[in-house]
Ligand binder design. Structure first.
Ligand SMILES: [Zn+2]
Length: 249
């Protein structure tokens, strides 16, 4: 197991070099594309805002690894890195949370949230995204399964906007190409079970970054440099998708 982990770490370092090149290329392409499309006919700035949503938080840790690694912390770490990369490339982003907390009382529309915390947390993430008039929504999560053999990033997309599937495919393919060549997962349309994707009317995806139930993948996700590599992959894919989507329309 150790040898495989070492091999994977070596691969990650190597892929980082490719990533930086690919990232710069996608970033420059995106910026150029945006430069041609930022001024709308009425002369107003046509901003591309992306909501990045770190899943769970506070008393809701999400899933966890055998070593006690919590999903909520990894989600926040990767989301912050994705935002930093997108911002540096000129894409405005906003995060639903930047701290270790749930968002159920964000709009203070109840006195007592007992029994309603999870649903209000999700409702408020939705409301926040609508109020920011975001063009794209990306939720960051971790996966788990009863059988520990499963691993690899998996992207879900909203069935309500055709762009969702394109963005999901872009993220899935980028990560498969540069970080996880053994990952043969296909993107999946969300079901009613994924509250936010089921209700979003903008291009919206949920990225399950890896399985905490798989000890090798959990070990990788515990490593900040691996998380940065994964974040770079996700961000490059988002930029490439946004550049194409912006050029189309
Ligand atoms: Zn989750």
């Amino acid at each position: 197991m150790k040898a495989k982990t070492k091999y994977l770490s070596g691969f990650v370092s190597l892929s980082l070099v490719f990533f930086i090149a690919a990232g710069l290329f996608a970033g420059v392409q995106g910026i150029l594309s945006r430069k041609q499309n930022t001024i709308a006919a009425d002369g107003k700035e046509d901003s591309i805002s992306i909501v990045i949503d770190p899943g769970h938080g506070g008393e809701d840790g999400g899933c966890s690894s055998e070593e006690g690694l919590l999903e909520k912390d990894l989600n926040l770490s990767i989301s912050a890195d994705v935002c930093a990369i997108l911002n540096a490339a000129g894409y405005p982003t906003v995060m639903t949370r930047t701290e270790d907390m749930l968002l159920y009382d964000m709009y203070q529309d109840r006195n007592d949230y007992k029994g309603y915390k999870k649903i209000y947390d999700l409702k408020n993430r939705m409301r926040f995204t609508q109020e920011t008039q975001a063009k794209y929504f990306v939720s960051i999560h971790m996966n788990k399964f009863t059988d520990p053999k499963y691993s690899g990033l998996q992207v879900y997309y909203s069935p309500n906007d055709a762009g969702s599937m394109r963005m999901a495919d872009m993220i899935q393919k980028y990560v498969q190409k540069y970080i996880q060549p053994e990952n043969d997962r296909q993107t999946k349309a969300s079901t009613k079970g994924i509250y936010l994707l089921h209700r979003m009317n903008i291009p919206a995806v949920l990225v399950e970054c890896g399985f905490l139930s798989n000890s090798e993948e959990a070990e990788l996700l515990a490593d900040a440099s691996y998380r940065k590599t994964l974040s770079l992959g996700i961000a490059c894919a988002i930029m490439e998708y946004c550049a194409g989507s912006s050029a189309d329309g």
